[in-house]
Design a binder for this molecule. Structure first.
Ligand code: SAM
Length: 275
């Protein structure tokens, strides 16, 4: 029994999972939101029929968004997460003792509400005293911030609907202004198999603003093609020049200090997107 759901990547290819039951299916003010129980991946959050996260493989994405910039920066104290309403990136950010305050700005309060209810292992740290949760547009928050953050992570949906502005050069310029003089930012950048043009464009735009621009990869089975890209922009610190002693012991399932460096090793067809 159960029904099969397919996230179509193109008219000819998609990623499919068996759904045991649907907890929530509603149109919020910003997007279609589904919270379902899958047969293979635990509970899964979908926005506009795209997989956002699942209980079984969420750790890869959340660890790789958080720990690469947070170990690259020598002393991250003030952190901003744009999007990320499921709370997974925040959970990872809080593993860094240097972090005094983490602000999360997601445009859709319903994502936060349902994630707390149906994804407690992911959203469980959103109530932590070091965390401030704001419901609002990340683009506006960035536009209003100056010299405020050591690290900014953009954990957004794909560039459709409310996230379109989060993939523009104007947004990256705003991020640069919102960061301190030695700040670092990371943004999820979709996948090189089907979104090569997007990745190429983001690389070009970020390069014009940040002196250090790097792409890194992770394997995420429930995202289309399984190969996921992240763009890092840094004003001062290079992610490949992190000294050994900087890697404090934290509890992870994907990220290690070896993965930190290895994730920047790109297959040729991905390297070509960064030129
Ligand atoms: N990890 C996922 C992926 O790569 O598919 C994305 C996670 S999901 C939690 C992304 C979040 O970005 C959603 O909760 C959505 O509401 C939020 N979002 C989209 N546009 C936004 C904006 N302009 N400002 C703040 N949050 C936004």
């Amino acid at each position: 029994m159960g029904i099969w759901f397919t996230e179509k990547q193109t008219e000819n290819f998609g990623i499919t999972a068996k759904i045991n039951r649907t907890y929530v299916s509603e149109q919020t003010d910003f997007q279609k939101l589904d919270m379902v129980e899958t047969a293979e991946w635990g509970n899964m959050l979908l926005l506009d029929d795209m997989v956002m996260t699942t209980e079984k493989d969420e750790f890869v994405y959340h660890e790789m968004v958080a720990h690469i910039p947070l170990f690259t920066h020598p002393n991250p104290k003030h952190v901003l997460v744009v999007g990320g309403g499921d709370g997974g990136v925040i959970r990872e950010v809080l593993k860094h003792k240097s972090v005094e305050k983490a602000v999360l700005v997601d445009i859709d309060g319903k994502v936060i509400e349902y994630s707390k209810q149906y994804l407690p292992s992911i959203a469980g740290k959103l109530e932590d005293p070091r965390v401030e949760v704001k419901v609002g547009d990340g683009f506006m928050h960035i536009a209003e911030s100056e010299n405020a953050y050591d690290v900014i992570m953009v954990d957004s949906t794909e560039p459709v609907g409310p996230a379109v502005n989060l993939f523009t050069k104007g947004f990256y310029a705003g991020i640069s202004k919102a960061l301190k003089e030695d700040g670092i930012f990371v943004a999820q950048s979709d996948n090189p198999w089907f979104k090569a043009d997007l990745i190429r464009q983001v690389q070009q735009d970020v390069k014009e603003i940040f002196p250090i621009t790097k792409l890194y990869l992770a394997n995420i089975p429930t995202y289309p093609s399984g190969l996921w890209a992240f763009t890092l922009g840094s004003k001062k610190y290079h992610p490949l020049e992190v000294s050994e002693e900087r890697f404090a012991e934290i509890d992870t399932k994907y990220y290690t200090k070896e993965i930190h460096f290895a994730s920047f090793v790109l297959p040729k067809f991905v390297q070509d997107l960064t030129k």
